[in-house]
Ligand binder design. Structure first.
Ligand SMILES: *Cc1c(COP(=O)(O)O)cnc(C)c1O
Length: 334
């Protein structure tokens, strides 16, 4: 029996079409700017998302770090969600490596930051304070999609106050297919965007940072500094290009599977939060560890968290979702 892995959408393996595209990729040294597929991926994604330039990087964490460091100098500040990846899950990189101070704010129930709270957190120009330079949002935020009107309002606010606006768009395409809009309709509100190819899009490795030419120039220098300059990276870029061409629309299947999973678990007696995209959150409380073991013995990989996150992706079929529902229902009835 093959494992059903719901811990994250990072666990996807390259499809056969993707492996073929990777095997056939022409290669060159990207630090010299000579890898054809990296150049193609960067220019294509920049165009699609409405930016002048883009930069291929190994991880989303590096992409966000380079963005924060390219927007903010030493002793400057970014406003960010208390639960945001850039603040909570990136090892404090912006503080350690960039000497950038975070100003975290509680994330609202819909995944947004309250813009009145953001405005109140922007520090006046006074030598007592760090200089506030940037607002960083995340979309999707724990599976929740930020409305386009909200993004427009955030953009107006940051412009009024002379701040930059960065999007951690690790799951940008989950948001765009959910809204039924071009990804560019989301990204046009931002000064910079980081997109993960290695999540639901199904590439094995890689993220892309997009922005203005001078911004990407600074990020490229920083990428070299932190050791992220890759050489013949074209096979990875080819996987990313393949994902963008063939594996975006199918994210809707993952969203359907997440709805199915949520409904099935509710019917099985679980308390499940409303689902928008490919993440299902269930309240397990103290039973989290026992469920992880029970499911693991039946070929289902779960995390062990009181608020359990299950993530659907291209390597989990509808039939496997039905299997998960039946195993978890059985657990709840014992
Ligand atoms: C996964 C993720 C990242 C980057 O993760 P890496 O594992 O470093 O590629 C950034 N932001 C969010 C919201 C993510 O889910």
């Amino acid at each position: 029996m093959t494992d059903i892995d719901l811990r994250s959408d990072t666990v996807t393996l390259p499809s056969s079409g993707m492996r073929e595209a990777m095997a056939n990729a022409p290669l060159g040294d990207d630090v010299y700017g000579e890898d054809p597929m990296v150049n193609k991926l960067e220019s294509e994604l920049a165009v699609r998302l409405g930016f002048a330039e883009a930069l291929f990087v190994p991880t989303g964490t590096m992409s966000n770090l380079l963005a924060l460091m390219a927007h903010c100098g030493r002793g400057e500040e970014y406003i960010v969600g208390q639960q945001a990846h850039t603040y909570k899950y990136e090892g404090g990189g912006a503080a350690v490596l960039g000497s950038i101070q975070p100003q975290p704010l509680e994330v609202q129930a819909d995944g947004s930051l309250d813009l009145d709270q953001v405005a109140a957190a922007i520090k006046p120009d006074d030598f007592h304070f760090a200089r506030t330079r940037l607002l960083a949002l995340e979309n999707t935020m724990q599976g929740k999609v930020l409305p386009l009107e909200y993004l427009a309002a955030a953009s107006r606010l940051t412009r009024e106050h002379g701040l930059g606006l960065h999007l951690d768009g690790a799951r940008l395409y989950n948001a765009s297919v959910k809204l039924g809009v071009d990804a560019g309709d989301i990204t046009r509100h931002f000064d910079s965007v980081s997109v993960c190819l290695s999540k639901g899009l199904g590439a094995p490795v890689g993220s892309v940072l997009c922005g203005a030419a001078d911004f990407i120039g600074r990020a490229r220098r920083l990428r070299k500094m932190v050791g992220g300059g890759l050489r013949q990276a074209g096979q990875l870029a080819a996987a990313g290009l393949y994902a963008l061409d063939h594996q975006v629309e199918r994210l809707l299947d993952d969203h359907d599977h997440a709805q199915l999973l949520a409904e099935g678990l509710r019917a099985g007696g679980y308390e499940v939060e409303p689902v928008q995209t490919n993440m299902v959150y269930a309240q397990l409380g103290e039973r989290a560890q026992a469920l992880k073991i029970f499911a693991g013995e039946r070929g289902i990989k779960l995390s062990a968290a009181p608020r359990l996150r299950m993530v659907t992706h291209m390597d989990v079929s509808r039939q496997q979702i039905e299997q998960v529902i039946s195993v978890l229902t059985e657990f709840n009835q014992q």
